[in-house]
Design a protein around this ligand. Structure first.
Ligand SMILES: [Fe+2]
Length: 239
């Protein structure tokens, strides 16, 4: 269901996000601190720990995140926001494929030096080979309390792991956050933090009641491990 074997277009879309150079991490692994919420569970006897992982400090600085929002609004001012990129649970978004400066930063800096090390730290002990993590879709989502989408209903993503990067400050909006059924809680992520979770967990965009919230969302698969992907997804669905 969630591998390149089942969704062949992932073979193409992952190329869009393939780093030109695999830089080393921007932080020492011990500094990519994280907090987890969902208790351990078992997959074929392998204790794989936690399924939601939230950085304990910002992993990006304001300057690079402001540039993402600026480019996105610039693009949306001419072409508008998309509301139909995803069939069942569409967001109001712009694909990174349409944001050349953001895409260059994301694929060549953010992914290899921050996000992939963070995901490896968070999920490396359960994944057969975290070096095969590959983003297959990425987009900037805008929630707007007064004009547009304020929430996203609970759903599951079609990937192994999903993550979002908070692009603006918590003081810019009320409510919001990523809601998880398993913990009956919406996790509100401060600007610059990364929140990752197993894609098969039931989750949604908690409603905002004022202001505007921007997040960069991405879906990640584990290339070349279709059988593991299916088992993992089926397992976390029950969490
Ligand atoms: Fe989602």
């Amino acid at each position: 269901m969630i591998s390149e074997r089942v969704i062949p277009q992932y073979m193409e879309t992952m190329k869009t996000f393939e780093p030109r150079v695999w830089k080393g991490p921007r932080f020492a692994a011990r500094n990519i601190a994280r907090t987890t919420w969902v208790p351990s569970c078992d997959l074929d006897g392998v204790n794989f720990g936690h399924l939601v992982s939230h950085s304990a400090k910002p992993l990006f600085d304001d300057r690079e995140l402001d540039a993402v929002v600026d480019e996105c609004e610039e693009r949306a001012s001419t072409t508008g926001w998309s509301t139909s990129r995803h069939l069942n649970y569409p967001t109001t978004d712009v694909s990174l494929a349409d944001l050349p400066r953001t895409l260059d930063w994301f694929r060549n800096d953010a992914l290899p030096s921050v996000v992939y090390p963070f995901l490896t730290d968070s999920y490396g002990f359960v994944l057969p080979d975290p070096r095969h993590l590959r983003v297959v879709d990425a987009f900037v989502v805008k929630y707007n309390a007064t004009n547009g989408q304020t929430r996203l209903e609970p759903h599951r993503d079609g990937s192994i792991v999903s993550f979002n990067i908070a692009l603006n400050d918590l003081r810019d909006y009320e409510g919001g956050g990523t809601w998880f059924e398993g913990i009956q809680t919406a996790i509100r992520s401060p600007k610059g933090h990364v929140l990752a979770h197993a894609s098969g967990l039931l989750h949604g965009g908690h409603p905002i009641t004022s202001g505007v919230r921007y997040i960069l969302v991405a879906f990640v698969i584990l290339r070349s491990y279709p059988n593991f992907a299916t088992r993992f997804y089926d397992h976390v669905r029950d969490r």
